[in-house]
Design a protein around this ligand. Structure first.
Ligand SMILES: NC(=O)c1ccc[n+]([C@@H]2O[C@H](COP(=O)([O-])OP(=O)(O)OC[C@H]3O[C@@H](n4cnc5c(N)ncnc54)[C@H](O)[C@@H]3O)[C@@H](O)[C@H]2O)c1
Length: 249
């Protein structure tokens, strides 16, 4: 099946590692020119080099999604290199867990800023180009935690917020043939997750609650991104696709 992705240009934030790195690989495998962007310049470059070694069209542009000027420079570098942007994946984000009664304001701000303000900056930066070309795919990485997780008031609020953001953008941009959808992953084994305290215990608890009886892989999420970016999903907008192995609680 031709997914209609050949020659398209994608920006995937936080793609130096984890779900983002697998997503740029999956998109590149479908013929997409990819912009590997991450606040961690070294990981962005390493991922870009891996893609280039496989013969894929990829550039690395370090950027902090929380800073408008950094994101504007990212958009300019993308246009300079590839002439356009068709697909934006707002993936950069992280949890910073604590019970609310003990949560420092800085942990609240860091999570909300990266996930919500990051999506605001990045989406705003690419919209003029997408509107002018009458085509765009915005894919926001939410989380099953949007339903609410103890110890994750900041993260749950941000991941629920990104779903509201997605729906608002879908309503505003439909007339320009721009779709906006969210993906809510369950537990996905990545570097970010492995760094959490009690990682093994959380992993076993996740498997116990998952009908498919395994944790997710970065490819499970990347496949969903490829689908939502493709022509096959051209009439889907404002949706949240749960990629959780059937887990909701
Ligand atoms: N892994 C999971 O179980 C899981 C589950 C649900 C949702 N998610 C979401 O998926 C996304 C990716 O998660 P992951 O597990 O691959 O994480 P990860 O920590 O492995 O990778 C996240 C990347 O984002 C980058 N990043 C952080 N702050 C940034 C900023 N301000 N600007 C640009 N880049 C920044 C990091 O440097 C890192 O490379 C996140 O939004 C996360 O909340 C993950």
């Amino acid at each position: 099946m031709d997914l209609g992705l050949k020659g398209k240009v994608a920006v995937v934030t936080g793609s130096g590692r984890g779900i983002g790195a697998e997503t740029v690989l999956a998109l590149a495998q479908e013929g997409v020119k990819v912009v590997v962007t991450d606040i961690d310049a070294e990981s962005a470059r390493a991922t870009q080099q891996r893609l280039a070694a496989l013969g894929f069209d990829a550039i690395a542009v370090p950027a902090d999604v929380c800073r408008a000027e950094s994101v504007e420079a990212l958009a300019r570098a993308t246009i300079d290199a590839f002439g356009s942007v068709h697909i934006l994946v707002n993936n950069a984000g992280f949890p910073r867990d604590n019970y609310l009664a003990k949560m420092p304001e800085s942990d609240w701000d860091a999570v909300i800023d990266t996930i919500l303000k990051g999506a605001y900056h990045c989406t705003k930066a690419v919209l003029p180009m997408m509107m002018a070309q009458r085509f765009g795919r915005i894919i926001n990485i939410s989380s099953r935690a949007h339903l609410g997780n103890p110890g994750q008031a900041n993260y749950s609020a941000a991941k629920a917020g990104i779903i509201g953001f997605t729906r608002a953008v879908s309503l505003e941009q439909g007339r320009y043939n721009i779709t906006a959808n969210a993906i809510a992953p369950g537990f996905v084994e990545t570097e970010g997750i492995r760094a959490l305290p009690h990682y093994q215990r959380i992993k076993q608890a996740a498997i116990a609650k998952t009908p498919l009886e395994r944790v997710g892989t970065p490819r499970d999420i990347a496949n969903a991104v490829v689908y939502l970016a493709s022509d096959a999903a051209g009439y889907i907008t404002g949706e949240t696709l749960h990629v959780t192995g059937g887990r909701y609680s």
